[in-house]
Write a protein that binds this ligand. Structure first.
Ligand code: TMP
Length: 211
């Protein structure tokens, strides 16, 4: 019987260096002969990518929080059933740029929505499925926002204020605390050090999972 693949997610607030570090992780997995796919949320299927556009596009119309939450989970249901679960069942690892921890952080922390409500949607959409490992890239909010704002046009989330991102970061850090499947990386260090830390985490996970 094929061993189920492992599900690794990468999380963090804006400007933590997710893109660069995901590239590093992909290279590491390739070099270590891991069979994997790389995907993202919101998104990962054509329909879920359309929902992503709807979610990120700045707009005049105020966005209802419940509508936002349901769109995030609608995209996730599609992505999970079309892409993530079939890959895991075939023994392929899945590397995902954000997943439900982002919902607890942005909708729970940032928007201050009820986390019990998020948990009930999580059960509805995912059943028992949770990431095997969550890599949380952490930087002080000001540092991250300055980097994100240097990139130019801001999406609907990036336009939020510092207090919003402080709550997002706090929610991420709370979830990571004392929880063995979270790996918090201080992403304010030099890129070289961040990637040394990431390499050590990946090595440890691979050994632990015996693959
Ligand atoms: P990013 O992938 O470029 O970071 O953009 C995705 C944005 O969507 C980011 O600002 C966080 C937000 N988001 C949520 O608010 N909730 C979620 O569940 C997910 C996956 C992302």
């Amino acid at each position: 019987m094929t061993q189920r693949g492992k599900f690794i997610t990468v999380e963090g607030t804006e400007g933590v260096g997710k893109t660069t570090n995901l590239e590093f992780i992909r290279n590491w997995l390739q070099q270590h002969k891991v069979d994997f796919i790389s995907t993202r949320e919101p998104g990962g299927t054509p329909m879920a990518e359309q929902l992503r556009e709807l979610l990120l596009q700045p707009r005049q119309e105020p966005v209802d929080q419940t509508a936002e939450l349901l769109m995030v989970f609608a995209a996730r249901a599609q992505h999970l059933n079309q892409v993530i679960k079939p890959a895991l069942e075939q023994g392929t690892w899945v590397l995902c740029d954000r997943f439900t921890d982002a919902t607890y952080a942005y909708q729970g922390g940032g928007r201050q929505m009820d986390t019990a409500l998020i948990a009930s949607l999580e059960s509805l959409v995912q059943g028992e499925l949770r990431p095997d490992a969550v890599i949380l890239l952490d930087v002080p909010v000001e540092v991250g926002l300055a980097r994100a704002r240097d990139r130019g046009d801001l999406d609907r989330f990036e336009q939020e204020d510092v207090a919003f991102f402080e709550r997002v970061r706090g929610a991420y850090r709370n979830r990571a605390q004392g929880n063995a499947h979270y790996h918090l990386v201080d992403a304010s260090q030099s890129l070289e050090q961040v990637q040394t830390d990431l390499g050590a985490i990946l090595k440890q996970l691979k050994e632990h999972w015996g693959s």
